[in-house]
Design a protein around this ligand. Sequence first.
Ligand SMILES: [Zn+2]
Ligand SMILES: [Zn+2]
Length: 285
Amino acid sequence: MLIGAHVSVSGGYPKTLEYARSVDAECIQIFAKSPRQWRGAVLDPDAAASFVEARAEMGGMPLFTHTAYLINLAAADDAMWEKSVYALSDEITRGHLLGADGVVTHLGSNPSEDIGLTAKRIAEGVVAAFELCGECTARLLLENTAGAGATYGGSAVELGAVVRASGLNSDILGVCIDTCHAHAAGIDVSGSAGWTDLLDAIDSECGEGRVGLIHANDCKFGLGEHKDRHEWIGDGFIGAAGFSAMMAQDRLASTCAVLEMPGEIPDKDSVNIARLKVLREQNRS
Ligand SMILES: [Zn+2]
Ligand SMILES: [Zn+2]
């Protein structure tokens, strides 16, 4: 498993890679545009191309992008759904131009209890977004949620329903497991049995080979509390034992993991990357 972090692009793309190197990241996630706005500045193709080149020169560090939080592919409202499809298409295009190994998105929310209907609506949005962006080769990764309120995607069953309804193969569509969200949604990833159950459930609901990325975040609140508050690795309810169990999963051996640590404390990434690397090392022997 390669270990990295979500990195700010506010200083421009070259700075992103410098920062990644300074905290010993082996892979990175970025926002391809502002995550709290519908529209972003047009992505300069030259800037994108030189970023791809710089990354290749550094040994091709895997890159993931994360879509805007406003996107709601589950929206009951047609205008919101359509706006979300266009926004997702734009994000996939950006991921493609940046050479991303995956584009992570949240699915949105819908008050309906009918998983099948909501899954169909989301899947139609995903398929339409790919159609709009034409020849994109970026792989879209559907992220699990903490299962709060009407948000969609808190379980392997919900993610799997979208994957199946889309009919898209695993080269183009996968899933991203956020460990904090899983724990908050009631999936106990603080030990080995919970990890086996979770990966079995994803394999059977979504199909094998669908896990494209891990968001490695410890959880400030307890199992099933539906509270999405990230904690430093080992300091939360998942704990070092949970992340050690994650490192021991053969099925995740070639999957990347990125941290999404809150705050601006300079060592939040270097310290947490080091903590995960210690656990990875222990599971190698
Ligand atoms: Zn996310
Ligand atoms: Zn979160």
